[in-house]
Ligand binder design. Structure first.
Ligand code: CAA
Length: 261
């Protein structure tokens, strides 16, 4: 991996840990952060030794306190439109990444920070995590997917209330509302998330991609289309070497060993 200015990356066995590293700015998501995340996620995706990634924030206070307000303050509306500002987050961190990745939210996840966490396949939060879409207080609105992904995650009533008041939701409420998969003590967040990531990384890699693709399809398709998509992907997987190995390993009462195809 190249040297980065605003993020840190580290490989721990088959798991890549990516850390937003602008703690003085509460890990605000500047254009440089975006470019570096795109590079880091592309490297993770291309590396056959890496099977799951974890994204977190440095410092004790924030995962990310949003898109960089100081940078946006300087920009004209035409620039936002002509650059199709924010579009590359979804295209490069969601659509282009077929391997699973988890957001480990260690503090504020506000505005773009909450939206970035929701781009992950799921979120594990520390007890200190605080989620919110406070853009309304800046005279704007979510721009990196908050109005859509938050609504799908927690339902219209709560998402509408969050966006219209700009209030923060704590970790306990986020878990109760279905925004996060699990809440853990603050000082074991990375350890616990890495454990979950290692479990996923030990699964048959092609099956992991297919499982991810299937669940994501539930957001895009009707029930009938989604069920058909699921059956077809299931049927394709039955032709894989890992299906033969996985089922043989079960019958022979041993651990499977995966080819990833
Ligand atoms: N962009 C740029 N800098 C930010 C930032 C952001 N989103 N959030 C915090 N910072 C900076 C602050 O300016 C401050 O820098 P200085 O020391 O140079 O002044 C530093 O981080 C520490 O922040 P605070 O002093 O404000 O810390 P605090 O503990 O008093 O408050 C906070 C913490 C409540 C999170 C507060 O920083 C805050 O409200 N931040 C902005 C949250 C926000 O509005 N996010 C949405 C951004 S818009 C967006 O994301 C658009 C979109 O949809 C994609």
């Amino acid at each position: 991996m190249p040297d980065f200015e605003t993020i840190l990356t580290e490989k721990r066995d088959a798991v890549t840990l990516i850390t937003l590293n602008r703690p003085k700015a509460l890990n605000a998501l500047s254009s440089i952060v975006l470019e570096e995340l795109i590079t880091a996620f592309a490297a993770f995706e291309a590396d056959d030794s890496q099977h799951c990634a974890v994204l977190t924030g440095s410092g004790d206070k924030a995962f990310a306190a949003g898109a960089d307000i100081k940078e946006m303050y300087e920009k004209a509306a035409a620039d936002f439109y002509l650059e199709d500002f924010f579009s590359r987050w979804t295209s490069h961190l969601v659509k282009a990444v077929r391997k699973p990745w988890i957001a480990a939210v260690n503090g504020f996840a506000l505005g773009g920070g909450c939206e970035l966490a929701m781009m992950a396949d799921f979120i594990i939060a520390s007890e200190n995590a605080k989620f919110g879409q406070p853009e309304i207080k800046l005279g704007v609105a979510p721009g990196m997917g908050g109005s859509q992904r938050l609504t799908r995650a927690i339902g219209k009533s709560k998402a509408m209330e969050m966006c219209l008041t700009g209030r923060m939701m704590d970790a306990e409420e986020a878990e109760r509302s279905g925004l996060v998969a699990k809440v853990v003590a603050h000082d074991v967040l990375i350890e616990e998330t890495m454990k979950t990531a290692s479990q996923i990384a030990a699964m048959p890699p092609m099956a992991a991609k297919v499982n991810k693709e299937m669940v994501n399809a539930a957001y895009e398709m009707t029930l009938d289309q989604g069920l058909l998509h699921e059956r077809r992907l299931f049927q394709i997987l039955t032709a894989s070497e890992d299906k033969a190995e996985g089922m043989a390993a079960f019958i022979e009462k041993r651990e499977g060993s995966w080819k990833g195809r």
